[in-house]
Design a protein around this ligand. Structure first.
Ligand code: ZN
Ligand code: ZN
Length: 259
């Protein structure tokens, strides 16, 4: 809380290192962003050879999800920014992360565009305040001029913490966790800040499909790297992270609401 107030009062600094001048990422922090090399279109894993089958999912991807766009490893500068944004400590971190969310251009070169953006909802009973996935979804929807429906998916219970569980237990932990409050049609873009096993996103996509969505695309800021994958880090490429449809970067209001 107080650090958020100080953010507004003190001269702005880089949200990545808190040392260089802000309010945007300094060149050193920008260059340190851990880009995923050739991410698999179905699970987001990095690939040494973009022409080869993905060794992480063998092309199977995540259940109920047609495709994924994810740009960054959850490591280094991205991990620090997510930590600051989730702690509610630094509005500037959340603003920078919204600009780093991948755009939707890769999803529909020739197809019909999606008609709705929906974030993974907060856990039930979570204390009020900015929710990173919801803020990211709002920015993505504005960027592509799509409607955003943060209240559409609801979590029906409080699941155990996912990070301590095996992949199988993660699936069990979030099975049938979500309910969609209205019937849907067409393509829905689901937004989350992090993807690890894909279990939470798959459970949310299952609820969207059950409500009538023809397909669900997952747009995610970062992916938790598996063992050995951090060797596959590319340099930050601004044009890869923010596609041509992002024309609102200068006009977004910033402040206590984060987005
Ligand atoms: Zn910096
Ligand atoms: Zn894959």
């Amino acid at each position: 809380m107080w650090s958020a107030v100080l953010d507004l009062l003190l001269p702005s600094v880089c949200p990545g290192c808190h040392l260089a001048a802000g309010p945007d990422l300094c060149p050193a922090c920008f260059a340190s962003l851990p880009a995923i090399i050739s991410p698999c279109a179905w699970c987001g894993a990095p690939r040494k050879d973009p022409e080869a089958d993905c060794s992480a999912c063998a092309g199977r991807g995540f259940t109920h999800i047609a495709a994924i766009a994810v740009t960054w490893h959850y490591a280094g500068t991205v991990k620090r920014l997510v930590g600051d944004a989730k702690a509610g400590a630094r509005p500037a971190a959340a603003r920078v992360l919204a600009g780093l969310l991948p755009g939707l251009a890769a999803f529909y070169q020739d197809d019909e565009p999606p008609n709705l953006v929906v974030p993974i909802p907060p856990a039930p009973g979570r204390r009020p305040g900015p929710h990173l996935a919801t803020g990211l979804a709002r920015r993505l929807a504005r960027r592509h001029r799509l409607p955003c429906r943060p209240g559409l998916l609801v979590a029906t219970r409080f699941p155990a913490e996912q990070h301590a569980l095996s992949a199988t237990d993660r699936e069990r932990n979030v099975a049938d966790l979500f309910r969609c409050r209205e019937s849907l049609t067409g393509t829905v873009v689901l937004v989350d800040d992090l993807v690890t096993s894909g279990a939470t996103a798959s459970a949310a996509a299952k609820a969207l499909r059950a409500a009538g969505a023809l397909q669900v695309l997952l747009c995610c800021l970062a992916r938790t790297p598996r063992r050995g994958e951090l060797a596959l880090i590319g340099g930050a490429k601004p044009t890869a992270a923010i596609d041509a449809a992002d024309d609102d970067s200068e006009s977004e209001p910033t402040g206590p609401s984060f987005f």
